[in-house]
Design a protein around this ligand. Structure first.
Ligand code: GTP
Ligand code: MG
Length: 208
């Protein structure tokens, strides 16, 4: 399917993003795209850098809107990549300033998508390298494991932390989440650190 967009990077195969287009926004399942293209969703705390990470991965500055105001992405946004799969930008959790009922709506929206979407191959769970995973990060991670959803843990905003602290933060995150430290991808949307590694993991998740 992607034979025309494969590339070798080091000894591992990765892929080249040749096109990335916004498809639609949704709140309910009847608004999701109805075809069978595989999907990978991006989730994490509000303002952690989900949209910036997607833009970095697809190498487009403004495919997805980013903002310094938390809670910017309030809908489930679908993007067609290379005409062969989709990236799905999910609204962030843990935005304290929204009302309890709005938070409940968001939870339901995300849980419905993650719990029922047959196209879903897995998710990229984005956390902040500067802080140990929060109780909400841990909750979400456990929920994903309980639901049997494959997840790639990514620790972002690495450019905001001295290099000397990366390993110990990744180790702490790994211990808290119950995974090997090496399984966490240290990432920065600003420097593109971790982009190739993430592409390789995405390739595996999509079964390409
Ligand atoms: P919501 O949609 O509101 O949930 O936020 P989000 O998770 O999509 O975050 P977004 O990508 O909008 O980024 C939030 C802020 O963090 C923006 O000001 C980004 O420019 C900044 N940011 C995101 N990733 C990075 C990064 O890797 N390094 C630095 N320095 N800033 C980042
Ligand atoms: Mg966003």
């Amino acid at each position: 399917m992607m034979s025309d967009s494969r590339a070798m990077h080091g000894d591992e195969e990765t892929f080249v993003i040749t096109s990335a287009e916004f498809v639609t926004s949704a709140v309910r399942p009847d608004q999701y795209p109805s075809d069978e293209l595989p999907e990978v969703a991006f989730a994490g705390r509000s303002n952690v850098g989900k949209s910036a990470l997607i833009n970095c991965v697809v190498q487009r500055k403004k495919l997805v809107r980013t903002s310094s105001t938390p809670g910017r992405t309030q809908l489930i946004n679908f993007f067609n990549i290379n005409g062969s799969f989709r990236f799905v930008d999910l609204p962030g959790y843990g935005y304290a300033k929204v009302s309890q009922s709005l938070r409940a709506t968001w939870g339901e929206m995300i849980e419905t998508y993650l719990g029922t979407r047959e196209n879903l191959r897995g998710i990229v769970h984005i956390m902040d390298l500067r802080h140990p995973p929060s109780p909400e990060d841990i909750n979400f991670w456990s929920w994903l494991k309980g639901a049997g959803i494959r997840a790639i843990p990514v620790l972002t905003k690495a450019d905001k932390l001295p290099r000397s602290k990366w390993d110990s933060m990744a180790r702490t995150a790994g211990q808290i989440l119950g995974i090997r430290e090496a399984d966490c991808i240290i990432f920065s949307a600003q420097t593109k650190r971790g982009r190739t590694e993430l592409l390789q993991s995405l390739l595996r998740l999509l079964g390409k």
